[in-house]
Structure formats: structure tokens, C-alpha cells
Design a protein around this ligand. Structure first.
Ligand code: GLU
Length: 413
């Protein structure tokens, strides 16, 4: 089964529960447009290499497309389409005036120079420029892309359009028109979701332990916000493997250590080394996969000992694991809710860019929290009402938001 087919399983369940018009479902099920581009890039050694990129505009039912651009050696059309579909649902759930989209370039950024990375980035924007814009489709960071790459994208797009175009992209540095609180937003929102589910389950924060898979932007900010909330992080991993410490990790110290250790956490003093996979199987209150897709699968889901799973990555749990976790009575706060803090603050950035008027960090944090708690409760209540999982509950909320505009616009009769 493709990732895209798998991603549609909970939507299928949700559409049955709410008796969604099959015509509306057919419209929602496919991306509006997906393009593949070839990007010729002059490499440092004088040769020209042609890179492949994608942009999938999943939906513009609720607004312009919105979603990040991923740089990874395994990027493919199926993945980009799926991530775009998740963005549509994520934005609808969060109540943002956006559709969904996603882009990607097949490249391992560790294997190219900074100059080559810049030329790949600019070349990608040259190719997709006619399809993107602040009212069309708005890119952002995703795996292996950051504020520097957003800055090159903005510079390239502004040159092509002969005007300053900050609103066409989010996740920019504050000096480039970015928003305060954007870098930390996804991790902060994950911890909002953790605190809300603990409240529902009657577990005090001081009694909760967490395991985090991943120490990239999302994983490290999730860890920092967990610490600030009073949660104890007893296991953590990155590409170099896993670490456990029953006394709890200080993420700031871990980050400072990684900076001196080629960016990885392996060998952190005082902690016991375990495998990256073993981090998923720790006996903790909350397991937070914050790395990438398909980490909790039919193969290891039976070994999950956490009481709750909160998905910081996109698509970390496969459909077989979903069934197993449900049977085991382990609630999963789904990705489209739990990691929605990133795109929520991207929305704030876009609003600030359109107004040319900037907010304080307190305003950003407060508004994000309010929106996420509202979305959390909507989904929790939908799951209770229909006696289903929070993942299916999330798709119920998304489909309900999309169905009426599809009909009123006259896309279906
Ligand atoms: N890439 C992030 C995500 O998957 C953020 C997208 C955005 O801010 O547009 O949610």
C-alpha cells in the first residue's frame, strides 16, 4: 500500500461515521495539482547535476495552499502528495484560512556544499514560481529546511516578481519578516497537546515521564518546552541512537553537548546508550515520535509500553500500528492536531506580513495556545461522540470543515 493510500484510511472511517457525501469525499481524496520539476544545478566541480523536485497543491477549498518544503534523499511523489493531504487536514482542524500543499527536493543536504544548496533552492523556486504566491500556495520549512533556505527562497521569488514578497513564504528569520515564536512553535504546540491529554486522563504533569524520538527542530523544541512545562524526559534519540536517564535530561545541556559533538547526542555523559528503536519502547507516560514517517509499525507496536502517544512528526504511526494501539487502549493524539502549532504560527507570520505590523512573542504564544486547545477539544469531543479514536475524530473535524464550502462553491451538486 502506498503512503497516500494509507493516509486515507482514517478519512475513510470518518466519512462513514458522518455520512459524508461520496462526491465531496471524491473531491477531497485527490490533490488539485501535483508537479514534478527538473532543476539543473552547476556543482562546485564544474559539472551540472539535474535534481528532481515536487510541489503538490492538495486543496484550495478553504484558502491558498500551505505547507513546507522537504529536502531529503528519499523524497518522492507519493510522500509529497501524502504530506500535502495531511496539511489540508491540519489547517482545517486548526481553523486556519488555508488549504494544503507540500513540496520536496530529492537531495541529501549533508552531501552538497552551502553554495550548491543555495543554487538547488533557487532553482527549485525558479521552476515552481508560477504556482506559488501569498494568495496561491505558501511554502515553509520542513525536514532539513530552515530559515536560511526560506531566505534564499524569498530572495529568489522577490527577484522573479520584482517586488518584496515576504508573505509568499513562512518560517523566515525575524530580520526577514518572520514571526517571533515560529522556530519553537511546533514543539510548543506538541507540549500543549501533551498537557491537554494528561488533563483528560487525570495524570498530573509532575508524575508524567516522556520519551522523545528525534532531536531536530521539532524534537529539540519539544524537549525544551517539556522541561519548561515540568515534564521529565527520561529517554531521547537522534540519528546517532538513543539515550536513557531515569533522573531526566536537561535539553539545553544536551543541545550544547551536541554542538560540540558533530551535532549528535551519542556519548552524552551520565546517560545510558540504547538503540534509537528502543526509545520507542520505553515504559513512559507519553511517547513522542518527533522524527519522521512510519516509525511505529505493525512490527513494533505491540512493544509500545507508553500510556499515551503524541505524534510530533507527520505520519509516524502506520495503519497496522494504529489498530494495535487502539486494541491496547493506548490513545494517540494524531499528528494533524499535535504538530499543528508550526503551521498555526506560520499563519500568524503570514498575517503579520500582510499587515506589515508585528506582534510580541507573548501575543503569538497566547494565541497559539488558545487555538490549539480549542482544536484539541473539538477533536476529543468528536472522538467521544462517535466512539472512535482521536485520529478518526480529527478527520471528522476536517471533513466537516471542508464539506460545506465544497457544496456551496458548486464543486458538487
Ligand atoms: N512543515 C510543517 C508541517 O508539516 C509546517 C508547515 C507550515 O508552516 O506551513 O506542519
Amino acid at each position: 500500500m502506498s503512503l497516500f493510500e494509507m493516509a486515507k484510511i482514517p478519512m475513510e472511517k470518518a466519512s462513514k461515521l458522518i455520512n459524508l457525501d461520496p462526491n465531496a469525499k471524491a473531491v477531497i481524496e485527490q490533490p488539485e495539482r501535483t508537479v514534478e520539476v527538473s532543476i539543473p544545478v552547476r556543482m562546485d566541480d564544474g559539472t551540472t547535476k539535474v535534481f528532481t523536485g515536487y510541489r503538490s497543491l492538495n486543496s484550495t477549498i478553504l484558502g491558498p495552499g500551505k505547507g513546507g518544503v522537504r529536502f531529503h534523499q528519499n523524497v518522492c511523489l507519493d510522500e509529497v502528495k501524502t504530506l500535502g493531504f495531511w496539511m489540508t487536514c491540519k489547517c482545517a482542524i486548526a481553523g486556519l484560512p488555508y488549504g494544503g500543499g507540500k513540496g520536496g527536493v530529492i537531495v541529501d543536504p549533508r552531501k552538497v556544499s552551502t553554495g550548491e544548496l543555495e543554487r538547488i533552492t533557487r532553482g527549485y523556486i525558479d521552476r515552481i514560481a508560477p504556482l506559488i504566491g501569498e494568495k496561491k500556495d505558501i511554502p515553509a520549512p520542513d525536514m532539513n529546511t530552515n530559515a536560511q533556505i526560506m531566505a534564499w527562497m524569498m530572495d529568489e521569488f522577490s527577484k522573479i516578481n520584482c517586488q518584496y514578497c515576504p508573505g509568499f513564504i513562512t518560517g523566515k528569520a525575524v530580520s526577514m519578516g518572520g514571526s517571533l515564536g515560529r522556530t519553537s512553535a511546533t514543539g510548543r504546540g506538541v507540549i500543549t497537546a501533551v498537557c491537554e491529554i494528561l488533563k483528560k486522563k487525570g495524570i498530573a504533569i509532575k508524575d508524567a515521564t516522556v520519551a522523545i524520538q528525534g532531536f531536530g527542530n521539532v524534537g529539540s523544541w519539544t524537549a525544551k518546552c517539556a522541561k519548561a512545562a515540568g515534564l521529565k524526559i527520561v529517554a531521547i534519540s537522534d540519528i546517532s541512537g538513543g539515550l536513557v536517564d531515569p533522573n531526566g535530561f536537561d535539553p539545553d545541556k544536551l543541545e550544547a553537548y551536541a554542538k560540540t559533538n558533530k551535532g549528535v547526542i551519542a556519548g552524552y555523559p551520565g546517560a545510558k546508550a540504547i538503540s534509537g528503536e528502543a526509545v520507542l519502547e520505553q515504559d513512559v507516560t507519553v511517547l513522542i515520535p518527533a522524527a519522521m514517517e512510519l516509525q511505529i509499525t505493525g512490527k513494533n507496536a505491540n512493544n509500545i509500553k507508553a500510556k499515551i502517544v503524541v505524534e510530533a512528526a507527520n505520519g509516524p504511526t502506520d495503519s497496522d500500528a494504529d489498530v494495535i494501539l487502539e486494541k491496547k487502549g493506548i490513545p494517540v493524539v494524531p499528528d494533524v492536531l499535535a504538530n499543528g502549532g508550526g503551521v498555526t504560527v506560520s499563519y500568524f507570520e503570514w498575517v503579520q506580513n500582510l499587515y506589515r505590523y508585528f506582534w510580541t512573542e507573548e501575543e503569538v504564544v497566547e494565541r497559539q495556545e488558545k487555538m490549539m486547545v480549542k482544536a484539541f477539544n473539538k477533536i476529543y469531543d468528536a472522538a467521544e461522540k462517535y466512539h472512535t479514536t482521536m485520529r478518526v475524530g480529527a478527520y471528522i473535524v476536517a471533513l466537516e470543515a471542508l464539506a460545506e464550502p465544497i457544496k456551496m462553491r458548486g464543486i458538487i451538486g
